[in-house]
Design a protein around this ligand. Structure first.
Ligand code: ADP
Ligand code: MG
Length: 669
């Protein structure tokens, strides 16, 4: 491996430092792998810029913060948590000696709640700003305000906050003009070349599922370059990645048997995986794996797109697709959609092949399509989000007039207003009364309830179920439901798939499929899906004590990864509850209390059965249907609450529970 001083950033070092010391804000652009994330904090530290405080480098994702900090602690020969540390949700590895800190945007926003001036930092580097994640966007505004305030308070020059915005794309004018025409500095070149290949227009025309195409490409790369570096594959989401992992495991067997090829080791990487499972992709191969000549194939979402360096990657196979959140403020419907990535993302992804040596990237779309159909940059997440949690977070940060916040790009006013309305209805926020001080802005503030809600890293309604659970003596049950709601894919898809197969009469698998369905029936409850989740949690929890979690899940066709994750989340939430002095009581075998609590928390998501057996949601009077996966599908109760709306061919309610009619009157009185 070439010595790190060969990184392109080293030739720009003096020039960069000159600007960093004289200009309060700088924007840095450089190709991926030029050395920005790792070396700029180091340069600043060595040059004594910001020596009065800590140099912070923010990351949009936790794996990035952890792996970069770990790498840099090694480079600077210090123990992680000493000179170099990191802080991510639920994990803080820093000490009072930490001078270079990598942290997620979310963590810093939470820190800003108690310290809006972010006083402990002398330099704040906002990394991967081009990704325009929701948290990054708010952080930009918060940091800008902290910088202005610290200046206006006339702090001594050593207390001035330096801001560096880093981006891997050229479209940075927005950042520069947002920060008062900050200078834009370029880091030219990259250490290793990456050769890119596209499929031809003819190949692209062949009707083919992109997942299938991706699998074929992986095998081709493997066969064409038998004893070479590993492969990183970009796909869009958990389900698809898990299915690809299964396919590759099968393929690997036949490759080894029939063609005498080395085997493939498929490793998934996506954000819903537990932190330990994510780290498997970053683990160096052990001797046994090396001896066997196993080639690792990391199958990732865009989580591996920025800031991370996965060992030994030489090839990137890019499906060109990305799953994106979309939101319709009129109906309140939020949904995920698979779209083409942006050109900037494609570039980032190919860059992953050239971090440790020369690499190759296979794009599974044609050049023509790329030129014509792919957007230049990724659209800011804030512009397509349900803003409830964002607005609550902003208000809790003391940003009372959200409509007037200095957004780098303003979300639609309708979305902001809808979020404010819902939060007022949930009584999480209230209008601030003018306190008579000149210049004080009138806006919203958190209510007592809102303060409690904002302590939980949860969607406001979920946090509210815990509040009511505490009041009504069924907090323990609510914790179980909320943690199960916080994870996806609770059922073991292999079993589920067998159930599908069985419908096509693949007899050999039929026995097991019926068994799966029978097993799952004990997790069903006539009152709705959420009590079903509670039953599932209780069952697993009780039986886990008798046998291993793995075994309970296996025998009941459940997904151990998701259940384990739900248990972790539950433990973390329980800790917050206990810190508030709450008691974890359970309602036992009766579910009335739990159901009523759920209703009170979800009452903004009520749907009533109208004429022609159709449901209308009470908030927007939109016609909605009960999702086929719900136990209440086709049962037609007169009133229901739902957890979320998803839009496919119709607008479906998911996570549906029956509401007793008398509650509707009672609660609203
Ligand atoms: P940039 O931010 O410009 O994309 P980085 O500073 O992240 O670049 O990385 C520069 C180089 O440092 C990488 O190409 C790689 O060689 C090395 N590097 C960074 N992180 C790691 C890591 N976790 N493990 C091994 N090498 C790393
Ligand atoms: Mg970087």
């Amino acid at each position: 491996m070439p010595h790190s001083s060969q990184l392109p950033i080293f030739s720009a070092k003096d020039e960069l430092l000159k600007y960093f010391s004289k200009s309060p804000t700088c924007v840095v652009i450089g190709e991926t792998a030029s050395g920005k994330t790792t070396r700029i904090p180091e340069f600043l530290y060595e040059a004594g810029i910001g020596s009065s405080g800590c140099i912070l480098c923010t990351q949009p994702r936790r794996v990035a913060a952890i792996t970069v900090a770990t790498f840099m602690a090694g480079e600077l020969q210090t123990k992680l948590g000493e000179l170099v540390g990191y802080s991510v949700r639920f994990e803080d590895v820093t000490s009072q000696h930490t001078k270079i800190k990598y942290a997620t945007d979310g963590i810093i926003l939470r820190e800003a709640m108690s310290d809006p001036l972010l006083k402990r930092y002398s330099v704040i580097i906002i990394d991967e700003a081009h990704e325009r994640s929701l948290q990054t966007d708010i952080l930009l505004g918060v940091v800008k305000k902290a910088q202005q305030k610290r200046k206006s308070f006339g702090y001594s020059s050593s207390m001035v906050l330096k801001v560096i915005v880093m981006s891997a794309t050229l479209s940075v004018d927005l950042f520069s003009s947002y920060f008062d025409e900050a200078p834009i500095l370029y880091v030219h070149g990259r250490l290793h070349p990456v050769t890119t290949y596209n499929i031809s227009e003819e190949e692209a025309k062949v009707e083919q599922d992109y997942l299938w195409r991706t699998m074929v490409a992986v095998v081709q790369v493997h066969r064409a370059n038998p004893n070479d570096g590993d492969i990183l594959v970009f796909l869009t989401g958990e389900e698809e990645i898990e299915s690809a992992v299964r396919t590759l495991r099968e393929v690997s067997k036949s490759l080894q048997n029939e063609l005498n090829c080395n085997g493939l080791q498929a490793v998934p990487l996506y954000s819903a995986l537990s932190p330990e499972a994510q780290m498997l992709a970053f683990r160096q191969k052990d001797k046994r794996e090396l001896d066997k000549g196993l080639r690792r194939v990391v199958l990732s979402t865009n989580i591996a797109e920025t800031s991370v360096t996965i060992p030994n990657i030489k090839y990137v196979v890019d499906s060109g697709k990305v799953k994106q959140k979309c939101f319709n403020p009129k109906t309140g419907v939020e949904y995920l959609q698979v779209n083409n990535e942006s050109k900037a993302q494609a570039k980032q992804r190919s860059g992953r092949a050239g971090r440790l040596g020369p690499g190759e990237c296979y794009y599974l779309f044609s050049k023509e399509k790329f030129d014509k159909e792919f957007k230049e940059t990724t659209e800011a997440e804030i512009l397509k989000s349900n803003l409830e949690s964002v607005v609550l977070l902003m208000i809790s940060l003391g940003i009372s007039n959200v409509l007037e916040f200095d957004f780098i790009e303003r979300p639609p006013n309708d979305s902001v207003k809808a979020a404010l309305k819902l939060l007022v209805e949930l009584e999480a926020i209230c209008e601030k009364t003018s306190d008579g001080k000149i210049g004080s802005d009138i806006g919203f503030q958190l209510t007592k309830l809102g303060k409690v809600i904002s302590k939980f890293p949860l969607r406001p309604e979920y946090a509210l179920t815990l509040v009511f659970g505490n009041e009504d003596g069924c907090l323990d049950d609510m914790l179980s439901i909320v943690s199960m709601l916080s994870v996806e894919n609770l059922f073991n898809r292999r079993a589920a798939q067998q159930a599908v197969h069985s419908r096509f009469n693949l007899e050999s698998e039929e026995g097991e499929a019926t068994e799966a369905v029978k097993c799952w029936s004990k997790f069903k409850h006539g009152s709705g899906d959420l009590i079903g989740l509670l039953l599932m949690f209780r069952y697993v929890n009780q039986n886990e004590k008798k046998m291993s979690l793995q075994k309970v899940c296996w025998e009941n066709f459940l997904n151990p990864k998701s259940i384990k994750q739900a248990m972790l989340i539950r433990a973390q939430l329980a800790k917050i509850c206990l810190s508030l002095g709450w008691k974890l009581t359970s309602s036992g075998s009766g579910f009335e209390k739990v159901r009523l609590c759920l209703y009170k928390a979800f009452r903004q998501r009520l749907a009533l059965l109208g004429g022609e057996k159709k449901y209308y949601n009470s908030a927007g009077h939109v016609q909605v249907d009960i999702h086929p996966s719900s136990v209440l599908h086709k049962k037609l109760p007169s009133a229901v609450i739902y957890n979320e709306l998803v839009q496919t061919t119709k607008t479906y309610m998911r996570g549906v529970s029956i509401v007793n009619e008398d509650w509707i009157v009672d609660v609203h009185q």
